[in-house]
Design a protein around this ligand. Sequence first.
Ligand code: AP5
Length: 210
Amino acid sequence: MKSIVLFGPPGAGKGTQAQRIMNSTGLPQVSTGDMLRAAVSAGTETGVKAKSFMDAGELVPDDVIIDLIKDRIKQPDAVNGVMFDGFPRTIPQAEALSEICEVSHVIAIEVPDSKIVERICGRFTCADCSAVFHDTFKPTKVLNKCDSCDSSNFKRRADDNESTVLSRLNAYHEQTSPLADWYKSRNIFYPFNGDRPIDEITTDILSVLQ
Ligand code: AP5
């Protein structure tokens, strides 16, 4: 199977949908944001280079990201394709990707800017299994217990505050949204209204991936 790209602004629901698509397609999720946060926590050279950009809500330089992806897709679980979440985010990243991997679908989740701050500032994730929740839109079914693994260990991201979200949105509009036309011209761009219930969006996405 070829690879899939999940595309959209911060907080559009890329990570939320990735977990569901992964369960249906078996494609592993490759999230550059998760990989960078792991590198920052581990204090690696990549993490040191990335941290100040992430804290400011700016994009990490293309060469750092492209090296991360080249290493990741050499892993055995990537042999039948992967689901990229948050990559590519610039035209140079998309060009580099086209040289190393064939993309069959770019799944674009579209959400108006006016909804993004509320979505991101209410987000929390399970520290043990990474399931994504929201204070209002997707609370845990049982208070303080993860729906997926029963853990009571949750975390919030350092960059999920209002001023950083506005910088992330700005980076999205200036540097990432031009990629939509780049992929439309290649006839692999599939837009979805992301301002709807989570299950409805999953059903629509899975229908084009059959
Ligand atoms: P990254 O971690 O990729 O963050 P992001 O793109 O800003 O996206 P998010 O993870 O914030 O949102 P999401 O779309 O996954 O939404 P989610 O499903 O969690 O990047 C972080 C930073 O790393 C960047 O700023 C940059 O510095 C750097 N970086 C990463 N990749 C890079 C790259 N390729 N190049 C350069 N730099 C890079 O949902 C959000 C919330 O909404 C959740 O609480 C969820 O429960 C809720 N929700 C989801 N769907 C719905 C719905 N339909 N209705 C209501 N609520 C919903």
